[in-house]
Ligand binder design. Structure first.
Ligand SMILES: Nc1ncnc2c1ncn2[C@@H]1O[C@H](COP(=O)(O)OP(=O)(O)OP(=O)(O)O)[C@@H](O)[C@H]1O
Ligand SMILES: [Mg+2]
Length: 161
């Protein structure tokens, strides 16, 4: 994987907005040959902004339901209509409490990943690396390394692909 994009957000609102725009790009992808789900993995420490990103992304898909952090739930599913003009499913996962990737396999993760109607987003995706496909949208959120751009609410978001 190589880093293909790096953005700096000043606060949570900007992270949400970035994720919303990214969702619009995903909805605009025209790849009829796509044979499996779209997968987005989010990495970053506690409080880095993964759930904030997930909320913005869901908004961008046109999901109106309020998104809660699924930290105590492994998976939540949301139906939406916009994607490829048929009913699609957005699946929000949180691997924080997972001891082994097998717990995800038991949830049917691989089957969900094989369905091109699905969009999967996994917080703490680094915890289930073993079962992830080679290619997916991997975002890493962290506090900026450069002093100049560092503030309590700034985050560096890097996309690897
Ligand atoms: N630039 C930023 N991007 C995202 N969130 C930010 C930013 N600046 C401040 N925040 C705040 O930091 C908090 C991030 O919480 P969030 O639940 O999104 O993190 P998380 O990575 O999902 O944490 P956890 O690992 O506990 O699930 C929110 O309160 C958010 O408003
Ligand atoms: Mg979270």
């Amino acid at each position: 994987m190589k880093d293909v994009l790096e953005v700096l957000t000043k606060n949570g609102t900007e992270t949400k907005k970035f994720a919303r725009l990214f969702a619009h790009e995903i909805l605009n992808l025209k790849n009829p040959k796509q044979s499996s789900a779209i997968l987005i993995g989010l990495e970053g420490k506690l409080g880095a902004g993964k759930t904030t990103f997930a909320k913005g992304f869901a908004e961008g898909l046109g999901i109106k339901e309020e998104m809660k952090s699924p930290t105590f739930i492994l998976m939540r599913a949301f139906r939406f209509q916009k994607y490829r003009s048929r009913t699609s499913v957005f699946l929000h996962f949180d691997a924080y409490r997972v001891d082994s990737p097998q717990e995800f396999v038991a949830l049917g993760f691989k089957k969900l990943l094989s369905d091109p109607k699905n969009i999967l987003l996994v917080e703490w995706s680094d915890r289930i690396k073993k079962i992830l496909p080679e290619k997916y949208f991997r975002f890493v959120l962290r506090n900026p390394t450069s002093k100049k751009s560092r503030s309590r609410t700034s985050r560096e978001i890097t996309l690897w692909n």
